[in-house]
Write a protein that binds this ligand. Structure first.
Ligand SMILES: C[S@@+](CC[C@H](N)C(=O)[O-])C[C@H]1O[C@@H](n2cnc3c(N)ncnc32)[C@H](O)[C@@H]1O
Ligand code: SF4
Length: 286
């Protein structure tokens, strides 16, 4: 067992300009302070973390997002930043080209109709304009695609779109109905039979499109509690970010407590010794 994780995901904000139908966030208020984020980054560097993931909410809604990214770069850490790509005016392509985050841009359908039903009217157009800017500035990116009942027939079309848009990879996740307050979430869930079919189709499509990445097909890629830790904006920790709204440690006081929580808190312990395990989220899904 690792004495400390290698990959730390930080939820920097719960604010977002969108209200996607499938979103697991329960509310859209609150930020982690810039000082707290930087202190976490420094602590993680000290403890041997080599990769920081910045998540939200929408990270680019923060005025200080480039400052946070610079801080990560200055500590010689790799970083991933997830974005919906729709915040026109918030993207500084020159800064992105210099800071070189691994960007993950969400698209949930290969047409405006399918994507915007989930992500809101105009989202597809704005995200593609963002991607156009990335390509113009030679900034690499991946596409994140959350597969649900509303877009499960899109896998091939999404692979073609991602290829046409010159994405480095197409990262698939399965929609998990974990936002209890949202009535529509059950409607978006795939059934057990659909899921089995999807897994087969994804595995086959991976031969044709090797840039497809899916932890749901190959669960050994999942690092929850093994090498990955999630810090929520309320100073709690989680192992799996899809479960970040639900399964958390108690709030930590000083950041140095994180090492002990990682080693001893049941939130992490339950993920260990399960090599090749089926993702725990399936228990919720089916
Ligand atoms: C929470 S968002 C944060 C970053 C940014 N706002 C975005 O949409 O990319 C990160 C990823 O989680 C996915 N996601 C949101 N709710 C989900 C759910 N209930 N099940 C699975 N994935 C979900 C989103 O589609 C997105 O790809
Ligand atoms: S999935 Fe991302 S863009 Fe959509 S509402 Fe949630 S945080 Fe915002």
């Amino acid at each position: 067992m690792l004495r400390f994780p290698l990959f730390a995901k930080i939820y920097c904000t719960k604010r977002c300009n969108l209200r996607c139908e499938h979103c697991y966030l329960e509310d859209y208020t609150g930020d982690m302070s810039s000082e707290d984020i930087k202190a976490l980054i420094d602590y993680f560097k000290l403890k041997g973390v080599n990769w920081i993931g910045i998540l939200g909410g929408e990270p680019f809604i923060r005025d200080d997002i480039y400052d946070i990214m610079s801080h990560i770069t200055s500590r010689a850490l790799f970083m991933t930043v997830s974005t919906n790509g729709t915040l026109e005016g918030a993207y500084d392509f020159a800064a992105l080209a210099e800071l070189k985050p691994q960007l993950q841009v969400s698209i949930d359908g290969s047409t405006p109709q399918i994507n915007d039903r989930l992500r809101g009217v105009g989202a597809f157009r704005r995200t593609l304009a963002f991607i156009d800017g990335l390509n113009t500035h030679d900034i690499p990116f991946s596409i994140g695609y959350t597969v649900s009942r509303a877009n499960q027939d899109q896998i091939r079309d999404m692979a073609v779109l991602a290829s046409e848009l010159r994405a480095r990879s197409l990262r698939l996740e399965i929609f998990i109905p974990i936002a209890e307050g949202k009535a529509m979430t059950r409607d978006l869930s795939v059934t057990a039979a659909e899921l089995a079919k999807l897994e087969g189709a994804i595995a086959e499509l991976m031969n044709e499109f090797p840039f497809i990445v899916s932890p749901f097909v190959n669960t050994s890629q999942c690092g929850a509690g093994i090498h990955t830790i999630v810090v929520n904006i309320d100073r709690t920790l989680s192992a799996c970010d899809l479960l970040a709204e639900k399964e958390r440690t108690l709030p930590f006081g000083d950041i140095t407590e994180i090492a002990d929580l990682w080693l001893n808190d049941p939130v992490f312990a339950r993920y260990r010794g399960l090599n090749g395990h089926r993702c725990r989220l399936f228990e919720i899904l089916i």
